[in-house]
Design a protein around this ligand. Sequence first.
Ligand code: AHM
Ligand code: MG
Length: 342
Amino acid sequence: MINNKVITLNEFIVNKQWEFPFATGELTSLLHDIVFAAKLVNREVNKAGLVDILGTTGDSNVHGEEVKKLDMFAHEIFLSSLRTSGECCGVASEESTGFISFKGAESRKAKYVVCIDPLDGSSNIDVNVSIGTIFSIYERISTEDVSCNIDDFLQMGRKQVAAGYVLYGSSTMMVYTTGYGVNGFTLDPSIGEFCLSHRDIKIPAKGKIYSINESYRARFSKSINQYVDYCKEEDKASNRPYSSRYIGSMVADFHRNLIKGGIFMYPAMTKYPNGKLRLLYECNPMAFLVEQAGGMATNGYERILDLQPTALHQRSPIFIGSPDMVKKVGEFINQERLVTTN
Ligand code: AHM
Ligand code: MG
């Protein structure tokens, strides 16, 4: 007898709702809307090579219609889904300078705000390499029934109530957490549903993969270069040399390391003194996910989830992945700090 009951993402979200004391279904409904928008974005990502959607905003396609860049398209899809959901009062998006406050009566009453990178890994869009969406959900701190304000978005990452990503890769996956572990769902295109494929994901304590853009080595601090050398060193006892893997899409690099074990690093450097990645919609959601999977995320000194944001598009250095590997790079960084402060 075959016992292969497929659990869809929507069923899973509804079942998990009861893990929350006093659950009202609002977060469930918000997650449903994000899943639906992700399916629409996935549809466009999949046919990106077929239709003339890759031009810059303002171009015309063969039909004489205005062509939107795929990342703007994704931004608009998520925005319109969240605006009509009635569960979200505002959004901070990589594609918008300020936060967007929803004015509708239902939305003003809503208790959640969302931070989102609608299409991360933009340099890979035109060349058919994996890209992703990253999202993060907070309960607002402002009073309900008025417009949301900046403080609703500038909350520490540890206050997130849910976070996740969609990976548009060789298959499309959604991975998310509400603070009760991490689960992954793969889109079955024949039925248009995300199905539970990776239950209760745990990251290996150590791995064999390090992911960093090594072309910046001349701009890294001494300790980062020392750690990269350590990763390349021959040492059978600790399984080194590690393998270097770097896609240039954080979602894809993170996902591989989450499953196989590894470390992803985007450190501070001369070109980017605070790193490149954005705290609110890149670092925090990934940090929440990795901790829920048993991993670690730091800026080299402090836990990412304990950083107090001061601006919407603030950047942070990040070291994220298998806990033993994140601790190790932290040792190099702290050693350098000790030497320079003494
Ligand atoms: P984006 O949001 O403009 O796409 O930039 C973020 C991306 C990450 O996905 C990726 O890890 C990083 O930028 C790659 O940057 P670099 O090319 O400097 O290595
Ligand atoms: Mg991004």
